[in-house]
Ligand binder design. Sequence first.
Ligand SMILES: NC(=O)C1=CN([C@@H]2O[C@H](COP(=O)(O)OP(=O)(O)OC[C@H]3O[C@@H](n4cnc5c(N)ncnc54)[C@H](OP(=O)(O)O)[C@@H]3O)[C@@H](O)[C@H]2O)C=CC1
Ligand SMILES: O=C(O)C1=N[C@H](C(=O)O)C[C@H](O)C1
Length: 278
Amino acid sequence: MTNQAPIPVIVNGAAGKMGREVVKAVAQAPDLNLVGAIDSSPQHQEKDAGELAGLSEPLEVPITNQLEPMLGYVAGERQGPPGVIVDFTHPDSVYDNIRSAIAYGIRPVVGTTGLSPEQIEDLADFAEKASTGCLIIPNFSIGMVLLQQAAVAASQYFDHVEIIELHHNQKADAPSGTAIQTAQLLGELGKTFNPALVQETEKLAGARGSQADEGIRIHSVRLPGLIAHQEVIFGAPGQIYTLRHDTSDRACYMPGVLLAIRKVLALKSLIYGLEKIL
Ligand SMILES: NC(=O)C1=CN([C@@H]2O[C@H](COP(=O)(O)OP(=O)(O)OC[C@H]3O[C@@H](n4cnc5c(N)ncnc54)[C@H](OP(=O)(O)O)[C@@H]3O)[C@@H](O)[C@H]2O)C=CC1
Ligand SMILES: O=C(O)C1=N[C@H](C(=O)O)C[C@H](O)C1
C-alpha cells in the first residue's frame, strides 16, 4: 500500500451508458476519487451519480451540467495529483470538452468517438503546447487490441479485406471510431487493398459501404439487441479468414479506462490508441 493521495476524477457523460459504468469502476478503485459527474441530460440534474449508476450507497456526487466551474474547482486543488476527466459524451461536444480540460490542466481520457483527423491533430498540438497528457482511445477493450494486432499480421498475406461493424441503434456516429482506427492501422502498412477486378456500380447508394484508408471498405449495421461487434474479413482465392470481436457487457471497457486514468498523469502530450499504453 502507498500513502499517495487518490487521483481526482471527473466523469463527463456520467448519466450515459458508458458514463454510469465508469462512475461505478472509479468508485470501486481505492486509488481514484470521483470528484465530479457532468452530464447535459436535463432529467438527471442533481441526481446522485452513484445511485444512478446502480450502486447501493450514494456517492454524494450530484450530476451537474456545469463543466467549466467543475474544471476550475478541481484545477484549484493544490494538494495531491492533478485531476483527470473521463469523457463519454457525444461526437458534437467532445472536441470542446477536451480543449477546455487541457486549458485548465485537467488530463482528458477520451472514449467518445467521432473526432475528425484534423481535430485530433489540433488537439495534439494544443496538448503538446500545454505539456499536458491526453489519451484518446477509440476502444478500451483488450479483445479489440488483439483483433487489430491479428488483422495487421494477416494483412501482410491478404490483399483483400473489408470491415463490418455492428452496434446498438442509439449510436450517433458511423462508422464506429474502432472501425476507422482498424482501417488506419491496416492502411499504415503501405499497401493498397482491394484492387478492383470489374467496374462496380452501386444501384443503391452506400451498398458497398464507406471507403476508408487504402481502399478498405467499412460497413455499419445498427440494430437494437446489439452492443458493439466488429468483423475484419480477409479474402483470397479459395479462402476466407474472419476475425471477430463481440462485447456482451460494457464492463469489458473498464480495465482499459482505469489503466488510462492512471497512465495519463505521466504523459506530456496526446496519445491515440490503447495499444500504445499497454
Ligand atoms: N472508446 C470506447 O471504448 C467506447 C466508446 N464509446 C463512445 O462513447 C460515447 C458515448 O457512448 P454512450 O455512453 O453509449 O452514449 P450515451 O448516449 O448513453 O451517453 C452519453 C451521455 O452524455 C450526455 N451528453 C451529451 N452531450 C453532452 C455534453 N456536451 N456534455 C455533457 N454530457 C453530454 C448524454 O446526455 P443526453 O442523453 O441527454 O444527450 C448522455 O447522458 C460515444 O461516442 C461512443 O461511441 C462507447 C463505448 C466504448
Ligand atoms: O458507441 C459504442 O457503443 C461504441 N463506440 C466505440 C466506437 O465507435 O468504436 C467503441 C465501441 O465500438 C462501442
